[in-house]
Design a protein around this ligand. Structure first.
Ligand SMILES: *Cc1c(COP(=O)(O)O)cnc(C)c1O
Length: 503
C-alpha cells in the first residue's frame, strides 16, 4: 500500500518506491500522490540550507517510504563531485531586465552536471532511487534494464546516470544521422560495463514507437523474466525524475535570500523552457510545497501546442511538427501535462481519463472552462520562432555579456515579451543546457563564423565570448568510440535481449 496512484484511476495504490520502479501506471496514467502539499517546507529557514540539505528535505516530503538514511545516501551519491559548481545549480544575475522593467532577472544554471543539460539533475538521482526500491512483494530478485529512445539529451544523461549502477543496465536508441555530432559522440563514447548504445535507421518517432512496442512485447518480457531482468523507463514521466527537479526551485529561492535580493515570503516568477512539461511541473510542485511563486511562464519553441492550449483550453496535437535549433523542446505530446490537469482539477481522475482518451482517439481535447481558468491563474507563457530564438541569444549577449543556448533563449524571449508577474520581486529564467552543446546555432546567432565542425565552433565561441567549454564536451573529439552499431527498426527487441544477456 502507499499514497501513489494513477492520474486516471484510484484503484491501484502503491508506494513511491513501486511508482519509481514501474515508471508508468498499469492503466497508462502517471503516478501522483494526493498528499502533495499537505506538508509544507519552511521557506524562512531556506537561506541557511545547502543544496544537499534542501534536496534531503524535499525528497523526504515527496518520497515518504524511503528512510532518511536512504534519502541522504541518494543525495550524497547524486550530487557530490558530479556537478561543476558547489551550488549544484548556481544563480547568476543579469545586468538588464529583458522586459526593460525594474524587476531584476536571474538565470538558474541547471547545466553543470556531467552531460551539460538540466536532465542530469534528475538522472543522477533516478538510478540511486531505483537501486533502493527493492523488489515488489512475491517477486524474485531482478535486474532492471532501462530502455530509452532519445532525440539527443535524455539518452546521454540517462547513460551517465545508470553507467555501472548496481542491479541495472541501460540501452539507448538514437536516430542515426539525426542528432548533433556532439550529441552522437557523447553517447557512442560512453563508458561502463552495463551500457549499450545503438543508432536506428529511422527518425526519433520511429525509435520511440519501437521502444513502446518493446515495452508491450509480452513474449520478450517472459524471456527476460527467465533471466531475472525487468524493463523500465528513464523517461520524465517517472516520478523519480520529477521529484529531484523540485529541489532547484527552492535552491534558487535560497540563493536569492542569501544575496539579499528578496526577503522570506517575497514572490518569485519562474520562466521555464518546456517540452514534456516535466521541468515546469516541478515548479508547480514547489509552489504546492509552500514556495512563494508569483507565476510560472511556459516557454515553447515553434512547436507551440502548449501556448495554444493556455490561450484556448483546447489541446490539439494535429499539427505540423517542426525540427528546430531547440530539439529537446520539439514535442507535440506533452506527457506531464496530465499531472497538472489532475492536480488543478482537484484530483478529478475520471475527467483526466476522458481527456486522455480524447487525445489518443481524436488527437485533441478541450478542458472545462473552470479548469482552464484555474490553469490560467497559475501559468502564462509564450513561444519563440527560430528568428526570435537567434535574436534572443544575440540580445542577451549584447545587453548582459551572457551566452545562452537555444532552449534557454526561448525563455529569454518570453521574458522580453511578458512584463513581470504582479507582485514578483525577482524573475528567474531556468537555463536548461550549456551553449556549448549547440555551438553552431549559438555562434550563428551571435553573427560569428560558424564552421561545419561542432568542435571548431566551440573554439570560435570560446574565443569570441571569453567563456570556457565544459571539459567533458571539449574532450569528446579525443575519446575512443565504443559503440558503432546501427540497426533496423524491427531488430531493436533482439538488441535489447542481447544486451540483457550480458547483464
Ligand atoms: C528536456 C529539455 C527541455 C524540456 O524539458 P521538459 O521537462 O521536457 O519540459 C528543455 N531544454 C533542454 C536543453 C532539455 O534537454
Amino acid at each position: 500500500m502507499g499514497t501513489y496512484h494513477s492520474t486516471r484511476s484510484r484503484t491501484l495504490a502503491c508506494s513511491s518506491k513501486d511508482a519509481i520502479r514501474r515508471g508508468l501506471a498499469p492503466d497508462g496514467g502517471l503516478f501522483v500522490s494526493d498528499e502533495l502539499g499537505e506538508k509544507k517546507l519552511d521557506v524562512a529557514g531556506l537561506a541557511d540550507l545547502s543544496y544537499h540539505q534542501i534536496a534531503r528535505t524535499v525528497l523526504g516530503l515527496l518520497l515518504d517510504d524511503y528512510t532518511d538514511a536512504e534519502v541522504a545516501a541518494c543525495v550524497d551519491e547524486a550530487y557530490t563531485g558530479t556537478f561543476a559548481s558547489p551550488e549544484v545549480t548556481p544563480l547568476v544575475g543579469l545586468d538588464h531586465a529583458p522586459d526593460g522593467g525594474d524587476v531584476p532577472t536571474y538565470v538558474l544554471e541547471l547545466f553543470h552536471g556531467p552531460t551539460s543539460a538540466f536532465k542530469d539533475v534528475a538522472l543522477q538521482m533516478l538510478p540511486r532511487l531505483m537501486a533502493r526500491t527493492g523488489t515488489a512483494e512475491g517477486e524474485a530478485a531482478q535486474k532492471i534494464m532501462i530502455v530509452t529512445a532519445t532525440s539527443g539529451d535524455t539518452g546521454k544523461a540517462a547513460l551517465a546516470g545508470f553507467a555501472d549502477a548496481p542491479g541495472t543496465g541501460i540501452t539507448v536508441f538514437y536516430p542515426e544521422g539525426k542528432v548533433s555530432r556532439v550529441q552522437e559522440l557523447q553517447m557512442s563514447t560512453q563508458e561502463g560495463g552495463n551500457v549499450a548504445v545503438c543508432g536506428v535507421r529511422g527518425n526519433f518517432d520511429d525509435a520511440q514507437s519501437a521502444v513502446k512496442r518493446i515495452f508491450g512485447d509480452r513474449e520478450l518480457a517472459k524471456r527476460l523474466a527467465e533471466r531475472g531482468v525487468v524493463l523500465s523507463s528513464a523517461n520524465s514521466i517517472n516520478v523519480g525524475r520529477l521529484v529531484p527537479q523540485v529541489v532547484y526551485y527552492f535552491a534558487a529561492y535560497a540563493q536569492l535570500l542569501r544575496s539579499g535580493a528578496i526577503q522570506p515570503g517575497d514572490a518569485v516568477e519562474f520562466c521555464v523552457p518546456t517540452g514534456n512539461f516535466g521541468d515546469i511541473l516541478a515548479g508547480y510542485y514547489a509552489q504546492r510545497l509552500g514556495l512563494p511563486v508569483a507565476r510560472l511562464d511556459v516557454a515553447s519553441d515553434r512547436n507551440n501546442v502548449l501556448i495554444d492550449f493556455l490561450k484556448t483550453g483546447a489541446y490539439d496535437r494535429r499539427r505540423e511538427f517542426f525540427t528546430t535549433t531547440s530539439p529537446s523542446m520539439d514535442i507535440l505530446i506533452s506527457s506531464n501535462l496530465e499531472r497538472m490537469l489532475y492536480y488543478v482539477s482537484g484530483g478529478d481522475e475520471a475527467l483526466v481519463a476522458s481527456l486522455m482518451a480524447d487525445l489518443s482517439n481524436e488527437g485533441c481535447y478541450q478542458v472545462p472552462e473552470e479548469l482552464h481558468q484555474g490553469i490560467r491563474a497559475l501559468f502564462d507563457g509564450g513561444w519563440a520562432s527560430e528568428e526570435q530564438v537567434a535574436s534572443a541569444i544575440k540580445h542577451c549577449w549584447d545587453e548582459n555579456g551572457y551566452v545562452i543556448d537555444p532552449h534557454t533563449a526561448c525563455g529569454f524571449h518570453v521574458l522580453e515579451e511578458l512584463s513581470a508577474a504582479e507582485g514578483a520581486r525577482a524573475r528567474v529564467l531556468l537555463s536548461t543546457a550549456s551553449p556549448y552543446k549547440f555551438p553552431r546555432a549559438v555562434a550563428g546567432a551571435l553573427g560569428l563564423d560558424a564552421p561545419a565542425d561542432d568542435f571548431a565552433c566551440m573554439d570560435v565561441l570560446a574565443r569570441a565570448t571569453g567563456t570556457v567549454p565544459p571539459r567533458q564536451l571539449a574532450e569528446l573529439s579525443e575519446k575512443p568510440v565504443r559503440f558503432a552499431d546501427v540497426e533496423d527498426i524491427d531488430q531493436l527487441g533482439a538488441y535489447v535481449e542481447q544486451a540483457a544477456a550480458r547483464l
